[in-house]
Structure formats: structure tokens, C-alpha cells
Design a protein. Sequence first.
Length: 339
Amino acid sequence: MRSDMHKWHLLRRTVFILVAAVALAVVVTFLPDKPYERFQLLDTTIYARARWSFERMHFDPRPIDVAIVGDSKAVLGLRSPEIERRLASDGKRALVVNMALEGDGRNQQWILVQELLKTKKPKVIVLAINDRPYPWGHDSFRYIAPASEIWREAFHGLHDTKKNLMFLPFRQLKLFAASLLPGPFGLQERFDAARYAAQPDDPTQPHRNRKGELIDFAETRPRALLLREARDNAAEFDRRSKLPERVRAITDADDRVFTDLIVHAAHQHGAEVLFVYQPAFHRPAPIVNRAYYQALGPVQDDVDLADRDGLYYDWVHLNTAGAMILSDRVADSLSKMLP
């Protein structure tokens, strides 16, 4: 009898400790933070350019007439200087800023658009799309998103909810501590104008990576190599969870949830949205959700580039020659949309 009572008391204490720990973790997620410091959390990652985008939006007084958001295909394929040049030749003076980041996931693009609309009045937001919508969120989302947006993701039941919510209390504790003592955490409380000025507006210029290797996006690859890369990476285009189809309709809906939010916010601020489809090499696939996107804004379909190996840097990214063609096409579309 005494042994049973002991086990019961032990179980109650264990449950109490677990409930208290969860409650404390939830409370911690509501600790205040500073958006600028959130974006600095990516400084040591491949998404470090997100900080430059934040600084361009918040600390640079120049307007942003056209903002580009998307994945790495948009980073390399949409050259803002070329788009500006072509628009100028049409008598349209516009400042174009490419805020695209490597990696798929519409949720981080929604965070960037929110920050953009706080300080700038873009006329057009260019939104890169794929033939199949990417089902999940971006890896950077849990670093740069406000806590309210991570809870919004949980409310929708999206795929990445678990890992993002588990990361959130630790992030908020770090950011709250950094807001009191930013130095020890490697975060800057104030804008560093000199650092910002040293960052190139166009990251596609020839440069050396962290290994010292020269990266020149003007290069081309042999067609046989591109075909092999495309074949080896074909599974990337049909990624989805292993859950039942009815459940996936909820968990794998990142693209639609956050595209709706982006378009609604853009329209509320008087901006239009241009959807741009840039195919991977040797994949002349139709846009699965074309009707959905067309109901929200014009769609520029560049599927005819898919088999032109001289325009590709690798199996999924355009080289400089391909980017010039795509950028000129986007400029033509923008010319019809800009006043």
C-alpha cells in the first residue's frame, strides 16, 4: 500500500514538473526582442544576406520601388541592376532590390515582406514560384520570425511547427539577454553604417567563397553534366511528408498560407504582385497552381528556357547569360505595371 502511494506521489510530481516546464517555456516565448537582433542570428549562416535586406529596408533612406523575394533561383536569376537599366530605357525610373534568400519556404518571404511594408512603399513585389509549390517552411524562419508568426504557423498546423516551437524559447531567452547585454552575444544593438556600405548590392558578381574558391556565375557547364545533375536531383521537386493525403493538405500548405498573406498585405499597401516562374534545367514542367497564382496577379512563365544548357550555371540556377534574359523579361513585365 505504502509503495503504491509512493509511486502515485512520484507520478504526480513528475507530471507537475513537466506541466510547469511547458508552461514556463510558453511564457518565455513572449519575452520581448528586437527585430534587428533577430536578423543578426543568421550572420554565420548561408542566409547572412537577410541582415543586409533588413538594413536596406530600415536604415537606408532610398526608396524601394520593386522588391524581389524568392529562393536561390531568384538570387542568381533576377539581377536588379539589369532590371533597373531596362526599365530606365523604357522611361521608368525605379529602384529594384533583390531580397531573395537561398532555400525554399514561403514563410520567411512573408517575414521579409512585413518588414518591407513597415518602412517602404513598393509599387510591385516580384514573387518567385516553382512548378510545384514547396510544401514546407524555410530554415531561417525560426530565427527571424516574430514569436507571433511562429505561433501563427502552429495555429495553421504546418509541417515545421514542432521544431520551430521547440527552438523559440531558447531563441527568446538569448535575444532577451542580448537586449540587456548585446556585446557578449555577438549582436549589435546599433546599425553599423560602414559594415552596411561594404556589402555589395548585387551578390552575383565574381567573388571568392569562404574556402577561397573563385565563384563566377558567368560560367557554363557541359550539357551532359547538367543532365546528370538534373536526374540526380529529380526527387527534390516532389518533396512532401509521409502523412496521409488529407493531413498533408494541412501540414504541407506553407506556400498557399503565406502567399495569401503576402498578396493581401501588398494590396493593402497599394502594391501589385508579379509571379515569376523560372524552371530548373531540363524540366519543362507546367505550373501546377497556375490558376491560383493568376487569380492573385500576373504570372510570367519562363518555361521555354528549361532546355537551353548555355543559360545554366548548374542544374537549377541560371548563369549570367540566362539571368540577363530572365531579368530583361521581368523588366518588360514590370514596365507594364509601373506608372
